[in-house]
Design a protein around this ligand. Sequence first.
Ligand code: HEC
Ligand code: HEC
Length: 247
Amino acid sequence: MRTVPLLLVVLLVGCPKQTASTTESAASQGSQVSVGEGQSEMHDRLEQLTGARDALVAGDADGARAVMRTLSEETSPGLAPEGWQAPLQDLVEAAVTGSEANTSEEVGAAIAEAGRACGSCHRAAGLGPYFLDVPVPAEDDVMGRHVWAADRMWESLVGANDGAWVRARDVLGPVDERATHLYDDVPLAVRAEAAQYRSRLHGLAEAGVTGGDSERASIYGGVLETCVGCHSLLGGGPHAEPEGDAP
Ligand code: HEC
Ligand code: HEC
């Protein structure tokens, strides 16, 4: 039983040429495939896809597209056993869609859909990533709590972990009046718009609790939209340009 997932992990990675020979040897000597190898490749995948997400949230949609392009080129479902082809095919499709998407919104939706594809295989396999518990940031660290919650939603999608989404909702669900400090100094009209992003985020966190995986993927796409939208509105966010330096 143990060799099946390991074989898969090997199939999932590697360029097409290498995959052919890896498949042969893995099929005949499955038990010799090293666990460490497969796991580190999976970790690379997680780093890639999470990197695409972080680039997008930081306003770098081009960077996110480039990662999705690489992911699409490095994933080859062709040789995987039949039962595993659907999630891999979904993953490739999402990666291609993301790499070709015109708007940040579409890139975010594709990243979320790719995360769901990863999660669908993990759910089917009953195996997958195990995420360490990260303590919730202090109440006055508003953006830290947003980021924490968005990370739990992401883990919930990729790791097919329902509990992680509930933990995210518990932190993001209640409207937090302290969040207004994020946009204290901006003109009134901008404040109103920022407040809308914020309340939308709370609503999405709530909605995902009862949603299935596909619904959660589309909700998570919406979550990324609120991050990107508010950062571009306020000129805030990770790696933000110093004030007055915006293009
Ligand atoms: C075709 C099925 C399949 C797909 C698609 C898939 N995985 Fe996995 N993944 C597995 C299996 C099976 C394991 C368990 C392997 C093990 O523990 O050795 C696993 C384990 C992992 C692990 C944990 C590795 C460790 O150190 O234990 C991570 C991280 C991971 N996957 C990330 C991803 C990401 C990110 C994606 C999407 C880009 C993805 N996986 C897509 C089947 C899949
Ligand atoms: C209501 C507007 C708003 C929303 C919604 C929002 N942000 Fe932010 N974000 C900001 C502002 C303003 C800053 C810069 C000021 C600060 O860090 O407090 C910022 C800063 C950040 C930073 C860098 C600061 C740090 O603490 O490391 C990260 C990372 C970040 N946001 C991630 C996210 C993510 C992920 C989401 C979506 C889940 C999100 N943000 C949603 C307004 C927002």
